[in-house]
Design a protein around this ligand. Structure first.
Ligand code: MG
Length: 340
């Protein structure tokens, strides 16, 4: 039995999703049964698989924000004598009826109106009998089936996080309501030695210079530091692990490949890069004239608004290897929002 007093969880799934379901519920004790062509048929299949029980909660998986508190309220309502119970929220917006053209035709009094959520709780024998009585008729939810059979249903307080995922933008709202994302900051550092050449590549921008930068790839220390910062926020190793210098494929490689790969790893992990900040450390070449182009290139590759990309530069007052112009260095941080 779970903390909420739930003895058994049965998921009604599309049989073609069996493998996805197994992957998603590996650590859970959840049985699955095949659903039908309609919601009613799927509920019937679920009810048939319950076995012996006093109460059953019928829930839409499109509302993943279910809490122990809501389950407890529903079970308490049944214990207090209700035959059915559902969570609901009062309606905050004004209501109007409009015609098909969008013109308002009537005011609608919102007093006494509620937005009903799931799970909807019933005594198992009562809802089973209600579905038997319902035959092939179509109902919008289980309350409708229950009420058609004369079952009284009581509303208990719902929760905003029980919202139904309907539109693509709903996911971000739900994640925020559930506190389902966390912010991670990664840092990266890189340095490359100057050598023969007549240009350097920094943050994807080619800059004419009296020296080049030595490295297995294009020696773009700025983007290399940034790749490590993104990998750091993901906890996914470092640039050397993903693009070993021993691998001939990366000889002379354009660092855009590395940065795009890091961004893809972030996306694959369900993470969003929200901000990056780079500092280039060198006496020369002067970064100032190229700074905005570096920001723009970085923003373009990461798919970020320009305001979320910072490129800064500093010198070390002629101290150390950067001061002696033996090489240049770069530091970066990347801020990512990740699933918890
Ligand atoms: Mg490097």
């Amino acid at each position: 039995m779970t903390e909420a007093g739930v003895e058994k969880i049965i998921a009604v799934i599309d049989p073609s999703h069996e493998e996805l379901f197994r992957g998603a519920t590996k650590a859970l004790s959840v049985k699955s049964v095949a659903g039908g062509a309609t919601r009613s048929q799927s509920v019937r299949a679920g009810l048939a698989a319950v076995g012996a029980a006093d109460a059953v909660l019928i829930h839409d998986a499109a509302r993943p924000g279910l809490t122990v508190g809501v389950i407890s309220s529903l079970l308490a309502a049944l214990e207090a004598g209700a035959d059915g119970a559902a969570p609901a929220l009062p309606i905050a917006d004004s209501l109007r009826r409009a015609d098909v053209g969008g013109d308002v035709v009537a005011e609608v009094e919102r007093d006494g109106l509620w937005a009903v959520q799931t799970p909807q709780a019933f005594r198992l024998d009562a809802i089973g009998a209600a579905y038997a009585k319902a035959g092939d008729a179509t109902f919008s939810d289980d309350i409708a089936v229950a009420r058609a059979a004369g079952i009284k249903v009581r509303l208990v307080p719902g929760e905003a996080r029980l919202m139904k995922l309907t539109y693509p933008g709903d996911l971000a709202i739900l994640e925020a309501l559930m506190g389902a994302r966390t912010t991670c900051v990664g840092s990266g550092y890189d340095a490359h030695r100057f050598g023969a050449g007549d240009y350097v590549t920094l943050c994807g921008v080619r800059i004419t210079h009296e020296k080049g930068l030595l490295g297995h790839s294009d020696a773009d220390a700025g983007w290399h530091a940034l790749v490590d910062a993104i990998l750091g926020a993901l906890g996914d190793g470092d640039i050397g692990a993903h693009f070993p210098p021993s691998d001939a494929r990366w000889k002379g490689a354009d660092s855009e490949t590395f940065l795009r790969h890091a961004a893809k790893l972030a996306a694959d992990a369900g993470a969003r890069i929200v901000h990056v900040d780079l500092t280039l450390v060198c006496e020369r070449p002067k970064i100032g004239p190229h700074r905005e182009q570096m920001r723009a290139r970085t923003a373009e590759v990461l798919g970020l608004p320009l305001a979320r990309v910072s490129v800064k530069a500093t010198t070390t007052e002629r101290m150390g290897f950067t001061g002696r112009e033996e090489g240049l260095a770069a530091m970066a941080t990347a801020t990512l929002e990740r699933p918890c």
